[in-house]
Ligand binder design. Structure first.
Ligand code: F6P
Length: 371
């Protein structure tokens, strides 16, 4: 493209916030390259999420800074879980500092790469008068308003690879292998990787599980000559009994159980209910580490360049999103304070049930609970 195109935005700051994930650097590169090459904008990199904006940890980014990073995991800007609106008293000081630094660095817009918390803060800052533009990032794929967030595809591939590896162990030892994925409130990662890995049972937070349903399914498999099973469970899964408890009682109940996480608990419950030898593996932060998948690199680049176009047009207060198969944008109020959960009628649940996967529900009326 010859020459530079006109841009409403002259200077913007960019930060990455919340848990890191593969694709952040690809997205930073996408925004910065398009903003710099096409529109000649000035770019300021903000360190460690919103904390860097509070503390004024800001530096200009030159092309060399965002070159050669598409393949790199993590984030060249650093990240933190700083939530400036969280506690009111200190929160007010933090928001004040953010506004002061936004003005001091003469930002026309703040570009934030993050998940639910990041976009909620972005929305609140835009309500407070700042220009903000969000890009959806998380391995959980639980951001309202976008079909996909970058990071999800890479994490799904990591989880599937792990399930594949544990499959051969399950088969060799005639064991049940329980694999715990991330996903506190939404079970997308467990559901997708569970289906991809041929999981026999998939337990997600949206469908409280009944151990009798699961034991019944595993016993039925054993009777049909299948001497091993794969159980994929999301970290935020809960039993049908717990689903009836309030938060406080649930916390107490879990503390009394004294187990480090749901994966270990499900493994113990399966062993007690079936007598089958069972092992638990918690995949943990490995799901967020390392190089992004090719799919995430492309998605992050598409989000990044679309964000640069929005900056050029001065279209603020939005989050770039995948809508259908195209890239668009939604108002920042759409993802704010929300979590995109797996709907009870999501077609993927039926897909899982149709290939004989048990979803652990107490009621046979709910998909996957019939065994
Ligand atoms: O928000 C992404 C996520 O990976 C969740 O799935 C997980 O529950 C959480 O972050 C873990 O956070 P941290 O890295 O702060 O322990």
């Amino acid at each position: 493209m010859a020459g530079k195109e006109r841009s409403v935005t002259r200077t913007f700051g960019i930060l990455t916030a919340g848990g890191d994930c593969p694709g952040l650097n690809a997205a930073i590169r996408g925004v910065c390259r398009a903003a710099y090459d096409r529109y000649h904008m000035n770019i300021l990199g903000i360190a460690n999420g919103y904390r860097g904006l509070i503390e004024g940890d800001v530096r200009p980014l030159a092309p060399a800074d965002f070159s050669g990073i598409i393949t790199r995991g993590g984030t060249i800007l650093g990240t933190s879980r700083e939530k400036p609106f969280k506690s009111t008293e200190i929160g007010e000081d933090k928001v004040k500092a953010i506004k002061e630094n936004y003005n001091k660095y003469q930002l026309d817009c703040l570009v934030t790469l993050g998940g639910n918390g990041t976009n909620t803060t972005g929305y609140l800052l835009s309500q407070a008068g700042l220009n903000v533009l969000g890009l959806p990032k998380t391995i959980d794929n639980d951001i309202e308003g976008t079909e996909r967030s970058f990071g999800f595809h890479s994490a799904m591939a990591i989880c599937t690879d792990a399930i594949d590896r544990l499959h051969s162990i399950a088969a060799s030892h005639n064991r049940v292998m329980v694999i715990e994925t991330m996903g506190h409130k939404a079970g997308w990662l467990a559901l997708y990787s569970g289906i991809a890995g041929g999981g026999d049972v998939i337990i997600i937070p949206e469908i409280p599980y009944n151990i009798k349903t699961i034991a019944g399914h595993l016993n039925k498999r054993a009777r049909s000559g299948k001497s091993f099973s794969i159980v994929v469970v999301a970290e935020g899964a809960l039993s049908a009994e717990e689903a009836k408890m309030d938060k406080k009682d649930r916390k107490k109940y879990r503390a009394e159980l004294g187990l480090p996480s749901i994966g270990y608990r499900v493994a113990r419950e399966i062993e007690a209910a079936t007598g089958m030898e069972t092992r638990a593996t918690v995949l943990g932060h490995v799901q967020r580490g390392g190089i992004p998948s090719a799919s995430d690199r492309v998605l992050a680049t598409r989000f990044g360049t679309a964000a640069a176009d929005l900056l050029a047009r001065g279209e603020y207060g939005k989050m770039v999103a995948q809508i259908g198969i195209g890239i668009g944008a939604v108002d920042l109020s759409v993802p704010a304070e929300k979590v995109k959960k797996v709907p009870q009628d999501d077609p993927l649940l039926d897909t899982a049930a149709a290939v004989g996967t048990c979803l652990g529900a107490a009621s046979a009326l709910v998909l996957g609970g019939a065994d």
